[in-house]
Design a protein around this ligand. Structure first.
Ligand SMILES: Nc1nc2c(c(=O)[nH]1)N[C@H]1C(S)=C(S)[C@@H](COP(=O)(O)O)O[C@H]1N2
Ligand SMILES: [Mo]
Length: 314
């Protein structure tokens, strides 16, 4: 339809790809005018050319603004707007990552050697937060399996533990009287979960390096688990034979388990997990969405848990 000189595109004609490309143009345009104000941090500069992935959802991505202004990153404060506001002084470069534990090739990497920009893929994933909201995010990254295989795990390795940086001078949530969590933030996966092709180590989103508030310069993305498994600003990856301790389980074991698979049939003690609110779909007329088992990735991952009682292993 044409109105005046402007072609009006029906919403049904807009594909996620169009939305995404428009966003990219928008970002590119804004970048010249100093988009660092929009995103915060110096890391915003680098554009990333990433191969497309067959693992991407074709759902419409959540706007860049929502993806970068509605965050959970308690190192920068507990409110959703805190990470964007308080992470501008955080320095994601240079960055070192240690890979150690039960591996034959332990290493201390500089980020550039750890993940070559030429090897990254774009993966559009749903992210379902334990607080019953969700987003769709075009990540850039590499399968975690690639870096684990590079380390050559020993036969006794059964789990992978992850650790976030501790940097009180740059992370206001890590200093002062009220500290909401014990630091470092730690997370863990079973080795088979870590090796699953969906499990991503992300270095960017929307075709740019990761904004600080989203976990610069390196964060985990496990799309079938609640968002808190996706640990940010990783400095250490350790292969172990014991189930790793995880921050939310340490802080409140009755509410947050080790597995944390998205499961509409197991409610959080204080709210339902049967439905979710998609960020950006505000307003009274927008119905909540039904939450899908394993966040919609059941076909790919349910077999990892065959024979397990997912009510007790929540
Ligand atoms: N280090 C660290 N990682 C973290 C968190 C955190 O507080 N600290 N919050 C988690 C939670 S609860 C969610 S929902 C996701 C949010 O990721 P996003 O802000 O990039 O959407 O990050 C996860 N990773
Ligand atoms: Mo979360």
């Amino acid at each position: 339809m044409l109105i005046g000189r402007q072609r009006v595109i029906k919403s049904s004609e807009i594909t996620p790809r169009d939305v995404y490309l428009n966003r990219r143009d928008l970002i590119a345009g804004a970048a010249g005018l100093g988009a660092s104000g929009l995103i915060g941090g110096e890391a915003f500069a680098a554009k990333i050319e990433a191969a497309k992935s067959k693992f991407s959802t074709d759902e419409k991505p959540t706007s860049l603004k929502d993806v970068t202004s509605y965050n959970n990153f308690y190192e920068f404060g507990v409110d959703k707007s805190d990470p964007a506001a308080n992470s501008k002084a955080f320095k994601p470069t240079p960055w070192n990552v240690k890979v150690d534990g039960l591996v034959n090739k332990p290493a201390d990497y500089q980020l550039e050697d750890f993940i070559k920009p030429s090897t990254v893929e774009e993966r559009i994933y749903r992210l379902r937060c334990v607080e019953a909201w969700s987003m769709v995010i075009p990540w850039v990254g590499i399968p975690l399996a690639d870096v684990i295989k590079r380390a050559d795990p020993q036969g006794s390795a059964k789990f992978v533990a992850f650790e976030t940086v501790v940097r009180p001078p740059e992370m206001p949530g890590q200093k002062g009287l009220f500290q909401p969590l014990p630091w470092p933030y730690v997370e863990g996966l079973r080795l088979d979960e870590a090796l699953h092709p969906l499990t991503l180590l992300a270095t960017g989103l929307y075709g740019e390096t990761l904004p600080n508030q989203n976990g610069a310069p390196l964060r985990l993305v496990v799309p079938w688990k609640y968002g808190f498994k996706s640990i940010k600003s990783i400095v250490r990856i350790t292969l172990t034979d014991k189930q790793p301790r995880t921050t939310w389980n340490i802080s409140n074991p009755g509410e947050y388990g080790f597995y944390s698979n998205v499961n509409p049939a197991v409610d959080h003690p204080r709210w339902t997990q049967a439905t979710e609110r998609r960020i950006g779909e505000g307003g009274v007329f927008n119905k909540r969405r039904e939450t899908l088992p394993f966040n919609g990735y059941a076909d790919q991952v349910a077999s990892l848990y065959s024979g397990m009682d997912l009510k007790t292993n929540f």
